[in-house]
Design a protein around this ligand. Structure first.
Ligand code: HEC
Length: 509
């Protein structure tokens, strides 16, 4: 009896472990949520992770990258401070993926796989932008021992002031765009400068930036009384300060920036962005580790701190920042224990940090100028000073901030930066009849007329039908289901003049 009980128990445990994790019942959703936004056919990662067919050959690499913590890429210590949109897997998610790989990565019931997300060809945000600007085509002048820093001042063409709710930089050439800083030039006079290769942008007006892998910038809004952003004045230019690294000589780029604006009647609170912490006075002797610090007293006003963006180059190994208030409380901003030049970005705090007047901000960094640092551009190491080239160093910590108002610290920044922009199903598509055996119709609401593209995929991600966009405007498409198509679940993805939608339907036979 006891033996029977034990074997039932063992069977039950074994069964539940197996039943827990298959691609279709659990793993697909974790991958869609944490990996696919970079690992898709238009993403920045070198291979796609959207379907079982994509994932299966990569399972051991996936397991290794999760065990080592290299994927998803994210550099800030989330025990020190919490951020909105952290790219980190929970322990449960990690265990689920590792167990699944150890158990032979079964697919499970294919028809139960949730529909994969759809990504545009132009970036993360699928909703139509209110303004899209492109810098001219430019061939990098970076040389073997100098990077190319150039500025493009692009007329916004705006005839009315607009309030920026979000923006997205879309590099024309992923391989050579090292970073892009985005500035507003209200005078409209700031010149394009591609002469000396040392232009890092105007002294004022920074609103954010792009580095490989960074998400689009969406400022917090609740749609009524709490709306943060930047006003861009009529007649302004948008300045893109571009950085092309050495080795990119002759390669061409034409980076684009897309803006989403608040409705004109909404009033916003203006943000500022500045390197509140900076140090340009240090020396990094060869074969040594060196610490660099900086401080700033914020003066006689309370501030609300929205984000932090630490910046150093290839010798950086650690960087962090915090503040001490006049009553000796510590306010934590950021701690990056292993600096990685490739994955730097503006980190938005989960909750705004209130910085009381007369607080002092501290910044600290460590540079490893030894040959043990595998990113050291010099072998053997040489003396390095602060400067603009990637082979020089920098110590800067930018913040997005604004004058404090009561209640700021209680806002949920993750929820308030997800509103609207970035919704996949911003189109309300009616799919009928569902299930169907002969014809299936896709209809948009009346006002959504446009040039429609429709693609239909089977559960393995194989495309079985495509309607290419034509010049004709329509709000309805039909698909006559051919003989050879098997019964099962199918996914559709639709693109109507750049607005995307996706979903699933059933075919019966
Ligand atoms: C923010 C973008 C981004 C996200 C999110 C992301 N990756 Fe990656 N991934 C990359 C890029 C870019 C590379 C290319 C190598 C590199 O530059 O590190 C890569 C490389 C990889 C590799 C190759 C080996 C390695 O470690 O470099 C694996 C495996 C991988 N990713 C798995 C994953 C998995 C699994 C997830 C989700 C849990 C994920 N990635 C999430 C961008 C991303």
């Amino acid at each position: 009896m006891k033996k029977l009980l034990i074997s039932i128990l063992v069977f039950a445990i074994h069964f539940s472990a197996n039943a827990q994790n298959t691609w279709s019942n659990n793993i697909a959703q974790i991958v869609y949520d944490n990996c696919s936004n970079c690992h898709n056919p238009n993403g920045i990662a070198p291979f796609s992770l959207l379907t079982y067919t994509d994932v299966k050959p990569n399972v051991f690499g996936i397991k290794a990258s999760i065990e080592s913590g290299s994927m998803p890429p994210w550099i800030a210590d989330t025990k020190y401070q919490s951020y909105a949109h952290e790219r980190v897997l929970s322990t449960d998610e990690k265990v689920a993926i590792i167990d699944w790989v150890n158990n032979g990565s079964p697919e499970g019931e294919a028809s139960k796989t949730p529909p994969p997300p759809v990504y545009g060809t132009k970036g993360f945000i699928t909703q139509k932008p209110d303004l899209e600007l492109k810098m001219p085509v430019y061939a990098s002048k970076a040389t073997a021992n100098g990077d190319d820093y150039v500025c493009f001042s692009v007329p916004s063409g705006l005839t009315k002031d607009k309030k920026i709710r979000g923006f997205e930089v879309i590099p024309g050439n992923h391989a050579i765009v090292h970073h892009a800083l985005v500035y507003l030039d209200g005078t409209g006079n700031y010149p394009t400068d591609t002469n000396a290769g040392v232009c890092t942008g105007p002294t004022k007006g920074l609103i954010g930036g792009y580095v490989p892998g960074s998400p689009p910038t969406v400022f917090p809004t609740n749609g009524s009384d709490f709306n943060l952003g930047f006003t861009v004045q009529a007649g302004s230019n948008i300045v893109l300060a571009m950085h092309y690294p050495e080795g990119s000589f002759g390669k061409v780029d034409s980076t684009m920036i897309r803006f989403w604006f608040y409705d004109d009647e909404i009033s916003i609170r203006e943000l500022s962005t500045n390197p509140l912490i900076e140090n340009w006075q240090f020396l990094l002797p060869a074969n040594k580790e060196t610490n660099v610090n900086a401080t700033r007293n914020i003066g006689n006003n309370d501030y609300s701190m929205l984000s932090v963006f630490p910046h150093m180059h290839l010798l950086g190994s650690k960087i962090g920042s915090y503040a001490i208030t006049p009553t000796n409380d510590t306010i934590r901003f950021v701690n990056i224990p292993h600096w990685d030049f490739e994955w730097q970005e503006f980190l938005f705090f989960e909750k705004i940090k209130k910085l009381p007047k007369n607080s002092t901000i501290y910044g600290y960094g460590t540079y490893d100028n030894t040959s043990k640092n595998t990113h050291n551009p010099n072998n053997p190491p040489v003396l390095v000073r602060p400067g603009l080239n990637t082979t020089d160093e920098m110590f800067l910590i930018y913040f997005h901030y604004l004058p404090y108002q009561a209640g700021d610290e209680d806002r949920d920044i993750e929820a308030l930066t997800s509103l609207g922009i970035g919704d996949y199903n911003s189109l309300n598509v009616a799919v009928y009849p569902n299930p169907s055996s002969d014809i299936i119709n896709f209809r948009l609401p009346e006002e959504s007329y446009g040039s429609m593209q429709l693609r239909i995929f089977d559960v393995n991600g194989q495309m079985v039908y495509e309607h290419k966009p034509t010049t004709q405007s329509t709000n309805e498409l039909s698909w006559d289901i051919p003989e050879g198509i098997e019964a099962g679940v199918y996914f559709y993805s639709m693109n109507v003049d750049g607005t995307l939608a996706s979903g699933s339907f059933m075919i019966q036979r």
